[in-house]
Structure formats: C-alpha cells, structure tokens
Design a protein around this ligand. Sequence first.
Ligand code: ATP
Ligand code: MG
Length: 561
Amino acid sequence: MDNIEKQNDFIREIINNDIKTNKYNGRVHTRFPPEPNGYLHIGHAKSICLNFGIADQYNGLCNLRFDDTNPSKEETEYVESIKDNIRWLGFDWNDRLYFASDYFNQMYEYAIDLIKKGKAYVDDQTPEDISRNRGTFTEAGNESPFRNRSIEENLSLFEQMKQGIFKDGEKVLRAKIDMTHPNINMRDPIIYRILHASHHRTGDTWCIYPTYDWAHGLEDSIEKITHSICTLEFENHRPLYDWFLEQLDVYRPQQIEFARLNLSYTVMSKRMLKELVDEKHVNGWDDPRLPTISGMRRRGFSPSSIQNFCKKIGIAKANSLIDYGFLEHSVRDDLNKTALRFMGVLRPLKVVIDNYPEGQVEELEAINNPEDESAGKRNIPFSKEIYVEQTDFMEEPYKKFYRLSIGREVRLRYGYFITCTDIVKENDKVVTLHCTYDPETKGGYAPDNRKVKSTIHWVSADQSIDAEIHLYDRLFTEEDPTGHDFYDFKDLLNPDSHKVLKDCKVEPNISNLKAFDRFQFERLGYFCIDPDTTNNQIIINRTVTLRDSWKKIQKQFKEKK
Ligand code: ATP
Ligand code: MG
C-alpha cells in the first residue's frame, strides 16, 4: 500500500481537483470493466492497479464489472479466471461484482426513452450501406433514407426487433445526431444490433444487443461511477459518452483516457493471444511464456513484482513501448528480497571426491536468504559423490575461466574446497570428475587464508532428487511482432522460447515446496514449482535468470541467421 500511497499522475490530479471542488461530493468510485472473452494480461494488470489502487488511495470504491454485452462462447471460464487473477494480484471488489448483462432491461428502456425524444431511429439499410454512408475523415456522411421515421414507427419496429421478427443485420437502432459531424463516432452511431445468439447469462432472452458506446456509459451511470478510466483509443468516443448521458438526463460520470501498456517481444491483444492458444503455439492460456496474468503466475512472477512494475511505468497520456527487460527487472528486484535460496544442477556432471569417506553423509549449513536474516538456515547433505554443472568444468580452460579444470581448486558453496585431479571420458565426453577435498575448509573458508577464484553450486548425488526444469525465453524474436507488413505475427515466434531439461538434480529440500512456490537456485536464477508437479515428478519453471542474458542470446541469434 505504501507504494500506491505515494503515486501521483494526471488522473490523480484530476481526482484531487474534483475532491477540492466537491464535484461528486468527495466520492471516488472507479470500476474495472473486463470483457470476458479471454484471460487477463499484463495490460489489464495496469488498469487493475490503477482503478483498484485509486479506490484504495482515496478511501473510495472500485467495482468489478463484466462488460458482457457481446454474446460469445465459453465466457464462464473467462469470468472465473478473471476473478481469480484479480484476487491473486491482491485486489478485492468485496460485494461489488456486476455484469453489464444485468442492465439489459434498463438499457432497453433507455433506448425507448431516446426514441421517444426523437433522438434514435430504426435503420433498414444494409450493413454495407451504413458503413458506406458514414463518410470519411474528409467527407461528410449521408443521411439514411429511414432517418425521419415517426417516433411511433420507430417504437414499433424496435419492439419487433426485440421480439425476434427480423434476421441478423436486417435492422439496427441508431442514435440521431449529425451525419456531417467532424467526429465520425457522432454520425448516427449504432446503439442496438440484432444477433440471434445465446448469451452466457441471459440465455435466449435477447436477440438484440447494445453496442459498446451505448452500453458503457449507461453501466457507469447506473453504478454511479465517478471516474471512468479507459485507454486512449476511446478518447474520440468521449463526446458520444457524454451525449448519451446528457440526452437521457441521467447521472454523469467522467471518462478519462490513459495510454495502454505495450510490452516488447510479446502480443497483448486477446484475439492474438487466443489464436496462439487455439492453434497450440503455446500450452494454454497459462503458458508461462504468455503475458497473461495466469501465465506470469505460473512462470513465477509475484503479485508485488507486477504491482511494482505497473507503478514504475506510471500513467501517461502518450503511447509507448515498454521493454520486456523492465518487467524482468521488477521480478528480480522483488524476488531477490523474498525468495528462499536452494541449489540445483540443470545439466549434471558427476564428481567423485576420492579422499572423502565412503558411505559418509554430513549435513552442511546453508543460509536461506542473505537478504533476509529471518528466513533462517537449512541443512543440505554432502557425500562422496556430488553433481556439479557441466558448464562449471572445462578440459582446456580459456584464460578467464576460473571454475573447475584439472589441477584447479574451487569452493563448493557452503561446502569444502575441492581440487580436480582427473577426468573420465566416454565417447570423447567428460562423464566424471575425480577430485580431492580439504577437510579443513568446511563451510567454505581455508584456515591458511588461501583464496580460490570461484564458488560453484552442487548437490549430493544420492540425496538429490530428480526434477524436470523448463527454461523460457522471449515468445517472439522481434520487439514489435505485430508491426510488420510482410509477416504474420506468428511467423515471428521464437523457436527457442521453451526448453525442457529432463535430468536435473536438485537438493532434497525442494520436495517441501508446493505448487507456485517461488525460489532462487543459486547462480541460476529464480524458479517456481509448476502446478503439474506430482509426487513422482517435480516440474520447475525458470522465471528469469539472475542477470539479463537476453541481449547476448539475441546477438548470437542474429549472427546465426
Ligand atoms: P484487448 O485489446 O486485449 O482485447 P480490451 O481493451 O478489449 O483488450 P477489455 O476486457 O475490454 O479488453 O479491457 C478491460 C479494461 O482493461 C479496459 O478498461 C481496458 O481499457 C483495460 N486495458 C486493456 N488492455 C490494456 C492495456 N494494454 N493497457 C492498459 N489497460 C488496458
Ligand atoms: Mg474491450
């Protein structure tokens, strides 16, 4: 909450001013209005943090309202996932859960009201004619031949539309504003269309459905919202938002627009995300590579890392593209403070410590989180045979390689100094290292103060447990995958975005963790337990490496091409 308290931006300035002038009697009431046609993504998180954050900051309220004015399939699954995601992010709508579809009757009554005021008419033009007659940015539109129907005729036709007398597209209800208006949105916008489709909540009660422009302001008005915050593309819909409420002479919230979040190396439109899911380019909506909240959760992002990210990018009036690396920075920053440390080996190489007693197992003490003393200590088993990372050994080390090679001494983290004495090869591949250890160096310090240049992680061979570890990378190879004329965004998917390592060895303490628990493997990055983990198979996802290795990888990728 501290973080949110300190925030200030142009929206909060508007609110401060409205409080000063007592515009809404000092009330602050926002809403988050998702359309339940997909899972929420990080862009929605920005909107959630903004709307719920403002309500918290000003002792106001924030409604969760499903903007379900469009009948479509599978909406219930989306509704549930959206509720879960918002709670997981740390926000609560209490008893203020609403559905736009609950207002269908009221919206219909308002439409009748508008017709009675002579401000709406039923149009019989084909959808093609309507769109052609709308005009362009430079040319005025043409009035419909049906524009001057009598109020009685409009009332009766609208009633028949509702009764299901007409087919889809045969008629629409339009507001009667001005076909020459410089703002195209004001050229007699459609407010109701015929759609013989079942709705997830109202079933087959309705065959006419309100458009976004008609519905949204009414929803806000009915709920007595004070500040209706939306993204920039609605800026030139605001005159219409205001016009409807003014004509109907009802309570009027104010619409405020801000720049949507765009993130590099990913896509954020629900349509595109759905395509990736439906065509199985990813494994479901919670695939850890997706920018969905469910995907990020599965990947190991913490709610506070997402909140902090949304706070740091701020609220602006101009669109921009945020670097994906900035999101990763936020998660590193947060997990560094909170994540317990463990050891695990991704690509194991067996080490036999020749002078260590056969059959002996000792417990070594390890610090759980150097950033947080209260996290305490744990024991890790050590024995004659251990695994180290294949990449921590080189037969012919290059100049600045200070890790294991024949004759070289290194420190085992929380363990002993070991020196490599010999190697065993099979088919030209190093399969075992022989080492000796110095019993005087327990805990990692030499009594004679001799130094080693490198400390490596390890696990005890017999006491370690097997794990499958999934490594993830950017989903796309291009910063802006939708910004190409010649490529479909799916042609720009990164073929190396998901790697599965099956033979990993991790310290036994990992078995105490449960699904979604986040932690650090020393030297390797932040990780989290995948919910598909079973008693027989631990599955772990890498959230992010400790440092940003992407720039290097991308350079290699470009060179390869
Ligand atoms: P999409 O383009 O992904 O389908 P949408 O705007 O249609 O998104 P809604 O479910 O209508 O999705 O959005 C709910 C709320 O979240 C809206 O108030 C919308 O402005 C906001 N929102 C959606 N995408 C972003 C984004 N990228 N950045 C900030 N806010 C967003
Ligand atoms: Mg929308």
